[in-house]
Design a protein around this ligand. Structure first.
Ligand code: ADP
Ligand code: ZN
Ligand code: ZN
Length: 735
């Protein structure tokens, strides 16, 4: 009897298991990581081969056959497959979905994993010797032929289209003459830079950092590059990248959000000779597949990407850099909820290469790892050149009235800077005109029908919007409760501050930088250019301002409203608030003129501001770590959050109760604390009721043992099948 070959396949469905299929015994057995088309629930899906076996738990006769083998060379190399299997297990997410999410869209569909050849048209020897006078009456053909005679490598359709809109007809005629030929070439890959510019000479701190990493290029080691804003971290990265590339290695550079830092890509491309490919969510499916393949085939030597780039195949990987490692956008907040920084560290370890985590405000996790000696701390304590730290002052709101959100002292400061022709930056983490809109007669407040949240008033567009579910309705002019027309905005958002500034300083050029003003493609770049060319006097914006932009001409930074971060329920809120304030403050005084930061607050004596005034992030981090330790919070304990949401309140509650019962009865692991179900801080969102269960352990291993027992039980629950639920391991917020 012929032995059957059984393929163990990860299928993109939300269950934590793999499926067996019968393989064709006549062809060669492909390797793990190969994409397969397999029948599943009445349709064909793209799965990934994990292992080959000769027996199955399912009777052979009941197994379906593989429909098609899609790759000749496995889409997932062994190292990426290992990494993703680890991640699926760590985050307890269905392996089929994890593998699926790591593929470019085109490869999730059944397309072949190869680059589309590009057509070029070249002049033939007959064409080169032809008498172009013959083309007297065909000016387009003559133009093309003469262009091609100057470009022996040929021209693509794009180039030809720039010569003439009727190039297709002309080229066909030229081909008929035998003067031009068409050929299909493999795309050359991203271009390197033949003429890279040289950077500044490194200062001693930078040099020390570069040397430390350089001497460790052949093995895993994690470095925490703690460099204050403007201390020259990027210069350190550039030197390390160059070194690794010169050693014939590829480098993965991760950044939080490329669309917010367009200058960074350009800086890399002008400074590095190596071909750089960029990977982020703004790419078309085609561009994404190209970038993925250029990384995999080694044509790209530097891979600069956001979160998902951590899962791209990089065969000669020699170094990983994670810039702004504290940034929350490294955490995927739906579906497969991974933390790209943490996966990057694991990847570096598996591959045996160094990794550099860089930040002016490192996460408490990383500071703690450095203190325990798991990471090596490299410090850049000084700003480069003549730039000094800005002077930080608190403005006590208990002693002054801030009309429309701006205190008299801050207004004076702005006036002063404007008179000196210097720039001002105001930070307020709230977009829209006002965070509330209410009836002055009866106190009715406009709230979202589907969420436990107020609607934000957007005056420019005359809309009321929910920032949680996206609900968007026209502004209400008559109170639905008392029919009064005395409707008023309450509180301030960036739009309102912008309006107020224009009133106080009619001559000043005010620009607003938030998600609303930068929605259009290229809009942010345009505003940043305007600012850098001195065509703006005051910038008002949200946390987008804290994302790595340099504003050398800014000498005054105003922080308008950060108090909610001081006393929030979320244990991470002070950390995030401090990081934002420190990052925004770091935008000031990067040029030769000293900068000043004015913080409006009701709590000027808070310990957080004392550390801020000393520009001492580590002091702050250490005091926060003490608090976390005393309160038994991460990084001293480990958390997982089960989130349940259903249209009816009781459904979510029942499943959460069952989940807790299953945990306490059937997933007993010593040292695991399980809370009773509790409503999420925002109980209703987008029309669903939300309940959560928090799991806490003092050891990472214990958490894992518990989850491995618990999750399969949840998956089998009937109540669970009717609810939407997810597990968030190492959550970055508890909402
Ligand atoms: P960071 O990434 O820490 O914010 P950058 O690397 O962007 O800092 O450096 C900030 C500015 O200082 C940049 O304009 C950079 O060109 C400049 N710079 C960096 N290192 C040096 C140096 N050693 N000497 C002079 N200028 C430097
Ligand atoms: Zn009313
Ligand atoms: Zn809503």
């Amino acid at each position: 009897m012929p032995v059957s070959i059984i393929f163990r396949v990860a299928v993109p469905v939300p269950v934590r298991r793999v499926f067996d299929y019968l393989a064709d015994t006549k062809t060669d057995v492909p390797g793990p990581g190969t994409r397969l088309r397999v029948p599943f629930a009445g349709r064909l899906v793209t799965g990934v081969l994990l292992a080959v076996a000769d027996t199955s738990d399912v009777p052979i006769g009941k197994l379906k056959s593989v429909a098609e083998v899609l790759d000749t060379d496995p889409a997932f190399s062994a190292d990426i497959l290992q990494l993703l299997l680890w991640a699926a297990d760590y985050y307890q997410h269905p392996v089929g979905e994890v593998l699926h999410s790591a593929l470019p869209v085109f490869l999730r569909q059944a397309r072949p994993a190869r680059l589309e050849p590009v057509s070029v048209w070249r002049i033939t020897s007959t064409g080169a010797g032809a008498d172009s006078a013959l083309l007297r009456r065909s000016p387009v053909q003559r133009k093309i032929l003469s262009a091609l005679s100057r470009l022996p490598a040929g021209m693509s359709a794009k180039g030809l289209a720039e010569l003439s809109t009727s190039w297709r007809k002309a080229i066909t005629r030229l081909q008929e003459h035998g003067w031009v030929e068409q050929c299909d070439l493999e795309p050359a890959g991203p271009e390197g830079n033949n003429n890279p510019s040289t950077g500044p000479v490194l200062n001693p701190d930078q040099q020390r950092a570069v040397e430390a990493v350089k001497s460790a290029l052949s093995a895993y080691q994690c470095f925490l590059l703690y460099g204050v804003t403007g201390s020259g971290k990027t210069e350190v990265y550039l030197h390390l990248i160059e070194e690794a590339v010169n050693n014939s290695r590829q480098v993965l550079v991760m950044v939080p959000e490329i669309s917010l830092t367009p200058q960074l890509v350009q800086r890399f491309q002008t400074r590095l000779s190596a071909p750089v490919t960029v990977i982020h969510s703004g790419l078309s499916p085609e561009q994404r597949m190209q970038a993925w393949l250029y990384s995999k085939n080694g044509k790209a030597r530097v891979i600069l990407g956001t979160r998902s780039a951590v899962m791209v195949p990089i065969p000669d990987l020699g170094l990983i850099i994670v810039d702004e490692e504290h940034d929350a956008s490294y955490k995927q907040q739906d579906g497969f909820r991974y933390h790209a920084r943490d996966i990057a560290v694991m990847r570096a370890r598996n591959t045996g290469v160094p990794i550099v985590l860089g930040s002016a405000t490192p996460s408490l996790e990383s500071v703690n790892n450095a203190e325990k000696g798991h990471y090596e701390l490299l410090a850049l304590p000084e700003r480069t050149g003549s730039a000094k730290f800005p002077d930080i002052h608190c403005l006590d709101l208990r002693r002054m009235v801030a009309t429309n959100g701006l205190s008299p002292a801050l207004l004076d400061g702005i006036k002063d800077r404007l008179a000196k022709m210097e720039q001002v930056l105001l930070f307020l983490n709230r977009r829209g005109f006002s965070p509330a809109y209410l009836c002055h007669s009866c106190g009715w407040v406009a709230s979202c029908r589907r969420c436990d949240a107020r609607l934000t008033y957007h005056k420019n567009r005359q809309r009321l919007r929910c920032h949680h579910c996206g609900a968007d309705v026209p502004t209400i002019t008559v109170c639905p409760k008392c029919e009064s027309t005395d409707m008023k905005p309450l509180g301030e958002g960036t739009e309102r501050i912008e309006t107020t500034l224009k009133k106080y300083f009619p001559q000043a050029r005010v620009v607003r930088i938030d998600r609303d003003s930068t929605r259009k493609k290229g809009a942010l770049e345009q505003i940043l250019n305007q600012v850098n060319q001195g065509e703006a006097d005051i910038m008002v914006g949200t946390q987008m301002l804290s994302k790595g932009h340099d504003f050398p001409q800014v000498t005054l930074v105003g922080i308008l409203n950060v108090d909610q971060g001081l006393y929030s329920l979320d244990f991470r809120a002070p950390e995030y608030m401090f990081q934002q304030v420190m990052q925004v403050s770091g935008r000031a005084g990067r040029g030769d003129k000293p900068g000043q930061v004015l913080v409006q607050t009701y709590h000027p004596d808070h310990a957080l501001f004392r550390a801020l005034k000393r520009h001492d992030y580590l002091e702050f981090a250490n005091s926060m770590l003490e608090e976390r330790k005393a309160g038994e919070f991460p990084p001293f304990t480990y958390l997982s959050l089960l989130r349940v949401e259903t249209p009816q309140q009781s459904q979510a509650q029942h499943f959460a109760e069952e989940a807790v019962m299953l945990a306490r009865k059937h997933a007993v692991v010593k040292g695991v604390q399980i809370t009773d179900p509790m409503p999420s801080p925002m109980e209703r969102r987008a029309g669903r009721y939300r309940v959560q269960v928090l799991i806490q352990t003092s050891q990472r291993k214990t958490m894992h043992q518990f989850l491995q027992l618990w999750l399969p039980l949840l998956e089998q629950s009937k109540l669970g099948k009717r609810a939407r639920w997810s597990l968030d391991r190492d959550p970055i917020d508890l909402y």
